[in-house]
Design a protein around this ligand. Sequence first.
Ligand code: GLC
Length: 708
Amino acid sequence: MKELLMTLSRKEKIGQMLQIAPFFFVKDLKVEVAGPVEALNLDEEKIFLAGSVLGIGNPNEMIEVQQKYLEKSRHKIPMLFMADIIHGYKTIFPVPIAMASSFSPKLAQACARVSALEASTSGIHVTFSPMADLSRDPRWGRVVEGFGEDPLLIGDMSAAMVKGYIGEGYDKPGTIASCVKHFAAYGAAEAGRDYNTVDMSRLSLYSTYLPSYLRALEAGARLVMTSFNTVDGVPCTVNPFLLREVLRGRWGSNAVTISDYDSLKQILAHGVAENMKEVAYRGVTGGLDIEMQSAAYANHLETLIEEGRVEEHLLDEAVLRILELKKDLGLFEDPYRGASSELADKIVLSEAHLAASLEVAKESAVLLENDGILPFNKETKIALIGPYATERNIIGPWHWHGCWNCHEHLAEALVDQTIFVKSDPSVESYSHADVQKILAADIVVLALGEKEWESGEAHSKSNPTLSKEQKELFSWIRRIHPKVVTLLFNGRPFILDDIVTSNALLECWFLGSMSSQAIRSILLGETNPSGKLPMSFPRNVGQIPIYYNHLNTGRPYLGEHDHNEYVSKYLDVKNTPQYPFGYGKSYSEFVYENLQVSKKVFSPTDILQVTVDVTNHSDRDGQEIVQLYLYDKVGRISRPVQELKRYTKVWIHGQEKKTIAFQLSEKDFSYVMPDGSTVLDSGEFVLYVGGSSNHTIETTITLKGTRA
Ligand code: GLC
């Protein structure tokens, strides 16, 4: 590709660093160019030098755009077509926070595989997924697009999605490249308010917020999207610490860096550039390769080079990465790679793809409460009440081409059990006759939640909880009926208050195209729920941020029996979350016992074997997510009270006992220091194993003879 690069004019090189929307190529620009488009100040020449396109609707549109582009292109370098395929293309899978609840990377990989098969028929080459942003704040709307609060789980899920997109390699059809986002630490926006400032220590970056992006890159992600926030006061889109020191230096990555939507231009608002020429300067020197939907590069880079303020090799490095990506995707051989209406008609929304989505959905719901009321049987008569009883828009935010009203809603899925349906959340709307019907039901199923659009980008909430009206509806139903099953449809952990008094409480998130069928299967016991929370549920907003892998502090509160006044606690709420990370119930009952380790005293070179017996004390087969946590009791810096190191999801038949085995090595006992170095200390470690981060059995082991 270096030879090709050398043939390009400076304008052509700069063109490769521009990404714009497809309509530029198919509309009459004299007519269309208005508003924000006009502000880009792109003439026809610059438009037809652009290197990539954001979003495309269908195979024919892609072919038309690529054809028109290549006809006018001197260099005949095909454009890259990129889009947001976040949890499915047209067959929509559960939102990422729900997929994370399955604790099953293979299910995330299955979602990505189907997404790539479907999206590639529209000629899409790159997806802006996975979102590897760790978050501990449910006020942040984009929690829905991520995998929660734990670095290991996020890393596993992100890597799995990348592998799913790549499939057997770019030389095979039905494969797309992955762009991991948003680099970096976007999920730590202060107060959970989207786009807000991120201010954190190097220790938090290196130990908690950065690892999952690296996992995605190690799995094969070819692009990195920069995030809207600042780190150290420097917008990530122009941040040399992140884009050069970490990405290129520490990680040795040659991934293409791409801005988020006009995030380069936004550095004007951040106040780190006074005009678009300085924006271009900060971008290219900061390490940004492609500018999405703003035109600082297109309009000013050439001048900066002519003035000697920017060295051309910075352009060459960026353009070479872009050309290499296009080559690896086979675009020079086939610029229309994969675009095919015939294939789309055959595979998009196929029965097999919908079945795959249903399987993921079944494992992505989390049973939070159940006094035995669930599962109910086919003869059970239910009153189905609340806004989600007949809501079809439950496939989740960022469903883009997904058809939200093409699939059954809950009332249709539960038609055989339902004797009364009412979606109106206002208590006043229920007549005496309604009440009689409700009382005649064996069970009331309340379908509550937030609107699908209330989570996602720019949709943060100062108080992530149900509306007042829905809470009143719950209280009223709770008063008049003894058996209440509550279903939650939400894109983030909710503060639940009295909702936790439901006889059963099922976190349904937004489960994609097959949501209703999956929920029905769980309610009727055809599926034994196995999901676990990838993110803590706070008791109130005051607890946020609340997360399981916290430090002990110098004055830890030891629980309700600790009457010491001067300890780290609140006067008005417990320290513990309403529901902790890793928590989720099953229709089975799993008991943990006999935790064994191959050595109680071990050395850094040992591979430790850890086994635990898990018995299913029920007659119902079920899956359990067995989790192993580690606590490094003494380190050079204070260490979290526990960190997830292993998990595995296993089927255990009714009354069966299974011995689960894990292996631990030196890497698992090591940790990152504020300077980014990795260290290992001798001393005691506590091993916890269980079905949640707060129900565990434990043993203590000792590491001797570390390489200090
Ligand atoms: C949006 C989002 C990003 C998305 C991009 C392209 O603003 O922040 O996640 O991939 O723009 O649509």
